[in-house]
Design a protein around this ligand. Structure first.
Ligand SMILES: *[C@@H]1O[C@H](CO)[C@@H](O)[C@H](O)[C@H]1NC(C)=O
Length: 381
């Protein structure tokens, strides 16, 4: 996605603008900002090496004394009301994908089974756009379906003709993405303006920003149109986007115990990834600096449980510290001296993904008021 040329995307956007209504009617309850809770979903499964290879997975100790380690996927979902009459869906907050989507009752893929489905004919305000939609999510996760518009609302903000997809097929890897679908937040794709972009365009939010509080434990919070000051201490430190069509910023260096590791990467900020992913070269360079670090699976590494990893990521000259608790995910097996690390390989060459292991330490503000757009980080209160 990141390698697609700007010219191509611009052409694509121009072509598609004709086919879609640009303006969405937005109804605001008051002036905002609007804060809504985000449910923190932790999905535990038995740990196998195969599962350990997947992006965005995380490990935790199982309560049972000597059972195998359990794997935990972290995801934050927001409750969204759709259609007339309105029905509630828990959608995964996603800062990378362009499409908001739900699951069709006709979807028979394994990844669709057992999920809440959206039947557009049950809503009097639903409109079929007679367009196909395709969604990609990480490696091998592809979904197909049709585009619709309908009223999509969170408390305080209602978009009358929000574009979204209804998936009629999803490949297996989507099984790991729990929730009733995805709320893209926001896209940089003019073809399907995201919920946030429509809310920004309505022009009544105090600021064209959305902010996320995604703690290590407990529920989070989304604030649309501003920040919740009581969630963070001190000032926000801003990093400008290094690429205009994604929440992508430049990692200028990664440090360990104050020592520069000389790692430079382009990083996307991803709310659907549990880990911090680096490219293979950077991962190797990083673990060379930790005594006793070992390769565990194709992507996962372990560090000695007694070690004190103390990483920092430098962006815009500012060092963002990652506490040990976000790196050490607990022993590989009960009683083992090797602990699973939250920093994995698996990002494309030259790239990184800052997932929840990073974001859980900061209040994060996605700011579209400036050019280039920027992301602000502040220490949690
Ligand atoms: C802001 O965060 C505090 C907790 O720090 C919470 O109690 C409050 O409800 C939040 N404000 C809004 C407007 O949601």
């Amino acid at each position: 996605m990141l390698s697609v040329s700007l010219t191509l995307l611009a052409t694509l956007a121009l072509t598609l603008i004709d086919a879609f209504p640009r303006s969405s009617k937005v109804v605001y309850r008051s002036g905002g900002p609007y804060s809504v809770p985000l449910k923190h979903n932790m999905d535990c499964r038995a740990n196998t090496k195969a599962l350990g290879n997947q992006i965005g997975t995380r490990f935790a100790r199982r309560a049972a004394a000597d059972g195998p380690l359990m794997e935990v996927d972290h995801l934050f979902t927001v409750s969204v009301a759709i259609g007339t009459p309105a029905h509630e869906y828990d959608l995964v907050i996603d800062t990378t994908s362009a499409e908001t989507w739900f699951i069709s009752p006709t979807c028979t893929s394994t990844a669709c089974v057992g999920r809440k489905v959206l039947e557009p004919s049950h809503s009097s305000s639903s409109e079929n756009q007679y367009e196909d939609f395709t969604v990609h999510h990480g490696e091998g996760a592809v979904g197909h379906g049709n585009l619709f518009t309908d009223i999509v609302a969170i408390p305080g903000v209602s978009i009358e003709n929000q574009v979204f997809g209804i998936a009629t097929s999803l490949t297996e890897p989507f099984y790991n993405l729990k929730g009733d679908g995805v709320l893209a937040f926001p896209s940089f794709d003019t073809r399907s303006p995201s919920f946030a972009d429509n809310a920004f365009e309505g022009g009544r939010l105090p600021l064209n920003v959305f902010s996320l509080y995604l703690p290590r434990r407990g529920d989070g919070e989304l604030t649309l149109g501003g920040v919740n000051r009581s969630r963070f201490a001190g000032d926000l430190s801003y990093v400008s986007l290094s690429y205009p069509l994604a929440w992508q910023i430049t990692i200028e260096d990664i440090g360990h115990r104050g020592r520069s590791l000389g790692i430079t990467l382009e990083a996307t900020v991803e709310t659907t990834a549990s880990s911090i992913l680096l490219d293979t070269r950077a991962t190797k360079a990083l673990y060379r600096n930790i005594r006793g670090a070992k390769r565990y699976t194709a992507r996962r590494w372990t560090i000695p449980c007694g070690s004190n990893p103390y990483f920092s990521i430098t962006m815009n000259g500012i060092r963002f510290k990652i506490p040990k608790a976000s790196i050490n995910l607990g022993p590989v097996l009960e009683g083992s001296r090797d602990c699973v690390s939250a920093i994995t390989s698996g990002a494309e060459e030259g790239h990184a993904i800052l997932g929840l292991a990073f974001l859980q330490n900061f209040y994060t503000v996605f700011d579209k008021t400036t050019y280039p757009h920027r992301i602000g980080f502040a220490t949690l209160a």
